[in-house]
Design a protein. Structure first.
Length: 599
C-alpha cells in the first residue's frame, strides 16, 4: 500500500465527521490586524499540518476552522468552517480586523451577439471591428517603443484559458487555478493521523479531482469566457484567426470562475498572485452588485504596486456600476455597439470611466468549441443557401445533413404539445426567436424528439453565442437563419406545403459574443499599449490619459459613456508628445501635464 493509499484509508476509516464538515463548510477570509500575528498563525498552522500535531495549531482560529491558504500581502488567512458561531466569534477577537465569507458572483453570460455577417476565421486573419473603433492599428504605428504591446504583461482573471489556442500559444506566459486549494505539505507520520478537522485541509487535495475531468491543466478554460477575453487583448498577429488590441503583449491567466460562478476569495487570491508576478495590467471581465472589502483592498494593493486594474461595468442595463469596476482605482468599462451607441445591457452611471466595443466581438474560444453553420433551404425541390450561424454548445454535424422541417412556432412546451406525437422524429424544428430563452426552446425540441433546430430571428441580421454555461454540447445541431427566410418557410409550413433544410455545423476556434465582458479587454489592451510605450506610467496617469484622449461625440453624456470611447491612437500620441517635449504624463486626474525636470 502506498503512503497516499494509507492516508486515504485511515481518513475514511476514522473521520466521518470530517466528511460532514467538508460537505457543509463555507470559506472565509480572516484578516489579522498585525503582520506579526499573521506570520505566527501561518507558521503554527503549517507546522501542525506538516507534523500531524493538529491540536498544536492556531490559538486564534480554534479547532472548528480549517486552514486553506494565506495571502502575505494582506495578512489574510483563507479558512473553511462549518461552524457559523465560531466564525462569528472571530469578528470580536481583538487580533482580527474582519472576517468576510466567500460569495459566488454569477459567471458572465456569453450573450447572444447580433451580427449581419459571419466569416470563419480559422484560416484567414481577421481584424475585429473593435480594433478600428479604438484605433489600435493606428496606435501601433505611432509608438516609438513597445509597438503592438511588446513588453507589456496582462493578467486575465477569469474562467481560465486555452493556452494552446493558435492565437494565444505564443502570447501565453503562465497560469494558475484559484478555485482549488493550494497544495500543502504532506504529514511526515501519516500512520499517526487522527482524522481531526484540521487535517481536512490536506486531504481535500486528494478528493478534489473529479475522475471524469479530462481537462489538460487546472486553469484550462471550460467555459470559453477567459479565452475570448484573452484573445481580444492580445491575440497574435500571425496570419490566422483574429488579432488582439495589443498582439505582442503577454497573457497570464488566473482561473477564478467555474460552474458555481466566480469566487470572491479566488478573485482576491488571483489579484495578489498578479501582484507577485509584477504584471502591468489586470483585466476582470466579471462583477457583482455588492462591494467586498477584501477585493477593494486587493485593488488598492495592485494600484500601489503600479498595476492598472480594468473591469467590466456589468450587464443588467442599470444605472449603477458593479464591483470590482465600482472601486475608485479601477478603470470601469461600459459597452458600445458598432454604431458607437451604448449597448442596452451596459451598466452605467456615476463612476463609469470609459466605453469600448462590446457587441459583435469576434475572438478566440477554446480550440474546436466554436461553431460555424451553413444552411440550404428547399420548398420546391431546389436548394438555396441562406445566411446562417450556429452556437457554442451546438452539436457538430458529420458533413451536410438533410431533414424536413416542422413548424414549432415559438418553441414553448404548449407549441410542441400541439404537434402530433412522433412527428418530429428525424426532423428539424423551425422555431421563431422570442418570448422564451433559446435554451428552453431547444430543451423542448429535444424532449419532443427533434433531430435538430433551426431558429429564425425576430429582427434583422443574425445572432451567435453560447447555449450552455459549461461548454458542453447539447447533442443536436442548432442554427439560426434570418427573419425573412424563416418567415417564408413558416408560411409554407402553415398552409401544409413541405419545406426542408440541409445543414452543416463545423467546429471552429472562434466565436462572436457580447457584453461589457467583451468591452473591458479592449481597454485592457489599450492600457497594455500605453505601458509598452512608457513603462514609467503610473495607474493614476494611465486613467488620466485614457479619459483625456477618449473620443466623445456630442451625444456621449458622462452618465452613460463616462469620458467617451477609448482611443488608443490619441493615447499613444499623447505619450509620445510628452516624451518628445520632456514632459511627464499627468500626475493627477485633472488632465494637466507637469513639466519634467531636464536633469
Amino acid at each position: 500500500m502506498t503512503k497516499a493509499n494509507r492516508i486515504i484509508g485511515l481518513f475514511i476509516a476514522t473521520s466521518s465527521c470530517v466528511l460532514s464538515l467538508q460537505a457543509n463548510a463555507e470559506r472565509y477570509m480572516v484578516k489579522m490586524r498585525s503582520n506579526a500575528t499573521f506570520k505566527q498563525e501561518v507558521a503554527a498552522l503549517k507546522d501542525a499540518i506538516r507534523t500531524g500535531r493538529f491540536q498544536a495549531g492556531s490559538r486564534i482560529l480554534g479547532d472548528r476552522v480549517r486552514y486553506v491558504d494565506s495571502l502575505a500581502h494582506s495578512n489574510l488567512l483563507i479558512v473553511d468552517s462549518d461552524d457559523a458561531a465560531t466564525v462569528a466569534g472571530l469578528q470580536f477577537n481583538p487580533e482580527v480586523e474582519y472576517v468576510e465569507q466567500e460569495r459566488w458572483i454569477k459567471i458572465p453570460n456569453l450573450g447572444l451577439a447580433a451580427k449581419s455577417q459571419f466569416v470563419s476565421v480559422n484560416a484567414a486573419e481577421e481584424m475585429p471591428w473593435g480594433l478600428g473603433a479604438v484605433h489600435a492599428q493606428n496606435a501601433w504605428t505611432k509608438a516609438t517603443q513597445g509597438a503592438r504591446g511588446a513588453g507589456a504583461r496582462v493578467a486575465v482573471i477569469d474562467s481560465g484559458i486555452d493556452r494552446a489556442h493558435i492565437d494565444l500559444a505564443d502570447r501565453f506566459e503562465r497560469g494558475e487555478d484559484f478555485l482549488s486549494k493550494p497544495k500543502l505539505e504532506e504529514p511526515s507520520l501519516p500512520e499517526q493521523l487522527d482524522g481531526s478537522r484540521l487535517f481536512a485541509s490536506f486531504i481535500d487535495d486528494i478528493f478534489v479531482q473529479d475522475p471524469s475531468d479530462t481537462t489538460p491543466y487546472p486553469y484550462f478554460d471550460r467555459m470559453g469566457h477567459g479565452t475570448h477575453v484573452a484573445g481580444t487583448i492580445a491575440a497574435s498577429q500571425n496570419g490566422r484567426g483574429v488579432v488582439g488590441v495589443a498582439p505582442e503583449a503577454k497573457i497570464l491567466a488566473g482561473r477564478v470562475c467555474g460552474f458555481l460562478g466566480c469566487s470572491t476569495v479566488g478573485i482576491v487570491r488571483a489579484i495578489d498572485w498578479a501582484i507577485t508576478q509584477r504584471v502591468d495590467v489586470i483585466n476582470m471581465s466579471l462583477g457583482g452588485p455588492f462591494p467586498s472589502r477584501a477585493q477593494l483592498e486587493a485593488t488598492e494593493r495592485a494600484e500601489a504596486a503600479g498595476i492598472t486594474v480594468v473591469a467590466a461595468s456589468g450587464n443588467d442595463g442599470s444605472s449603477s456600476i458593479g464591483y470590482p469596476a465600482g472601486f475608485p482605482t479601477v478603470v470601469s468599462v461600459g459597452a458600445v455597439t458598432p454604431a458607437l451607441q451604448r449597448a442596452s445591457f451596459s451598466q452605467h452611471g456615476t463612476g463609469l470611466t470609459i466605453t469600448a466595443p462590446g457587441t459583435e466581438v469576434n475572438s478566440s474560444v477554446p480550440t474546436g468549441t466554436g461553431r460555424t453553420g451553413r444552411v440550404w433551404t428547399s420548398t420546391d425541390g431546389s436548394d438555396s443557401e441562406v445566411a446562417a450561424t450556429s452556437f457554442l454548445g451546438s452539436n457538430a454535424t458529420s458533413g451536410i445533413v438533410g431533414a424536413d422541417l416542422v413548424h414549432a412556432k415559438l418553441g414553448t412546451k404548449e407549441d410542441f404539445m400541439a404537434i402530433k406525437s412522433g412527428a418530429l422524429s428525424g426532423k428539424f424544428a423551425l422555431i421563431q426567436r422570442g418570448v422564451i430563452p433559446f435554451v428552453e426552446k431547444i430543451e423542448n425540441a429535444i424532449a419532443a424528439g427533434a433531430a435538430g433546430v433551426v431558429i429564425y430571428n425576430n429582427d434583422a441580421g443574425l445572432a451567435s453565442g453560447a447555449l450552455t454555461e459549461d461548454g458542453s454540447d447539447i447533442g443536436i445541431p442548432v442554427l439560426m437563419i434570418e427573419q425573412r427566410v424563416g418567415e417564408a418557410l413558416a408560411a409554407k409550413l402553415v398552409v401544409g406545403d413541405a419545406a426542408s433544410v440541409r445543414v452543416q455545423v463545423s467546429p471552429t476556434d472562434f466565436a462572436s459574443f457580447q457584453g461589457t465582458s467583451m468591452a473591458s479587454p479592449h481597454v485592457a489592451g489599450v492600457v497594455a499599449l500605453m505601458k509598452a510605450a512608457n513603462r514609467a506610467l503610473t495607474p493614476e496617469q494611465i486613467r488620466t490619459i485614457l479619459k483625456m484622449t477618449a473620443d466623445k461625440a456630442a451625444y456621449m453624456n458622462e452618465f452613460e459613456y463616462g469620458s467617451g470611447l477609448s482611443n488608443a491612437e490619441r493615447a499613444i500620441e499623447f505619450i509620445e508628445s510628452t516624451r518628445q517635449n520632456n514632459w511627464n504624463a499627468p500626475n493627477d486626474e485633472s488632465g494637466t501635464p507637469n513639466l519634467a525636470s531636464s536633469h
